[in-house]
Each structure stands twice: as structure tokens, then as C-alpha cells.
Design a protein around this ligand. Sequence first.
Ligand SMILES: NC(=O)c1ccc[n+]([C@@H]2O[C@H](COP(=O)([O-])OP(=O)(O)OC[C@H]3O[C@@H](n4cnc5c(N)ncnc54)[C@H](OP(=O)(O)O)[C@@H]3O)[C@@H](O)[C@H]2O)c1
Length: 195
Amino acid sequence: MRLLVLGGSGQLGTQLRRFTLPLGILLFAPPRAAIDLRDPTAIQRLIEAQRRSVVINAAGYTNVDRAESEEDVAFAINAGAAACLAEETGKRGIPVIYISTDYVFDGGKGAPYAEQDFAAPLNAYGRSKIAGELRVSAANPRHVILRAHGSIALMGRTLFEQFCGLPKSENASPLLTTNLVVQLRRGIWQKHAWI
Ligand SMILES: NC(=O)c1ccc[n+]([C@@H]2O[C@H](COP(=O)([O-])OP(=O)(O)OC[C@H]3O[C@@H](n4cnc5c(N)ncnc54)[C@H](OP(=O)(O)O)[C@@H]3O)[C@@H](O)[C@H]2O)c1
């Protein structure tokens, strides 16, 4: 299996790259310098050239607070680029995995959320991610949307420093990114035929 990971330099992408891969799995994670997702032609060329079995879109505009003043930029990456990637993979029958967020919900349910619950984002980041979800699901029938809760990884900073760096709106306990990667890997390695 040949995996393509976009956003390989990010928190999630780095953890994905660090994990030992089972035999027969090849992972390619080009840096942003090689592929700027704001360029649709570059996305098309990459997908055409790479011919991967699964594409994981771990790239994103992730600054929740700054997105309030840069909603257009957040939408360009989280919805526009994600849609373009989904279209290019969809045309070639390649499954795409889009990492979304619990920020698509308003948190008012008072109980755990289910997949089909009504999305009602309260901020620009959440709006850009639900727009990405909708566009990805429309563009590629072979998609998985994984809504993750806030996660942190040990990338040169202590856990305490990372807690302190969480967005102001974050008031729950974050996951460790490695736990998310374990679940993601399990899904891809063992169940990718479902996609
Ligand atoms: N971490 C969480 O708590 C969490 C929770 C729920 C969902 N998610 C979602 O999971 C995904 C990964 O999150 P993360 O925490 O790993 O984010 P991150 O650390 O901010 O990494 C984002 C990645 O996206 C890349 N990127 C941004 N704009 C790009 C562009 N125009 N072209 C190419 N690459 C670009 C960044 O490249 P540079 O390094 O070059 O900037 C980086 O590799 C995101 O979609 C995020 O919304 C994250």
C-alpha cells in the first residue's frame, strides 16, 4: 500500500511519519515547499504523479483564534484545498481521509455527540472544517471524515507548555496525538477495504 500524507510537518503528520510502518506500506509526505495546497494545479500534478492507494489530508489551517480574523484563509485551506484534493483523488478512485474536528459542534448537546448530530460551529475554524467535510464528501465517494478532539504531541515542548498553548476556547482535556495516530493506523491498515 502506498500512502500519501499531506501536512506531514504538522503535529499529526509528524506522528504519522514517526510510527514504524508495517511491511509493504510505503509512506510519502512531501513538505509544503514541494506542494502548496493553495495551488490546485500542484494538487492535480501530485495526485496524478504519485498514484497512491490512500491519501491522508493531515494539512490544515489550525490556528483557531487567528481564524476569526482570517476566515477566508482558513476556508481556502480547510475547505477549498481539501475539496480540490478530494476531487483529484475521487477522479482516480483513490480514498481520501479528511481530519476534522469537534469544533463543528456547538457543545450544547449535554451528551456525547454522534456522527449524524446537527453541526453548528461557533467559530470560523469550525465553519471552515464543516465546509471542508461537506465538500470532501460531495467530491469523493471514497472518503473518511475523522472528527478528532483537540490533541497535543510532544514536539520539542513539554505537555505543560502545550496545555498552556491551547486555544483560549479549548476547555476540555486534549488527547495525545499518538493515540489518534494509533486509531488512524488501525483503520487504514486493517480496514482500508471499507473506504
Ligand atoms: N491537533 C488537533 O488538536 C486537531 C484536532 C482536530 C482536528 N485536527 C485537524 O487535523 C489536521 C492536522 O492537525 P495538526 O494539529 O497536525 O495541525 P498543524 O500541526 O497545524 O499542521 C498543519 C499542517 O498543514 C500544513 N499546511 C498548512 N497550510 C498548508 C498549505 N497551504 N499547503 C501545504 N501544507 C499546508 C502545515 O505545513 P507547515 O508546517 O509548512 O505550516 C502543517 O504540516 C488539521 O486538518 C486539523 O484541523 C487537529
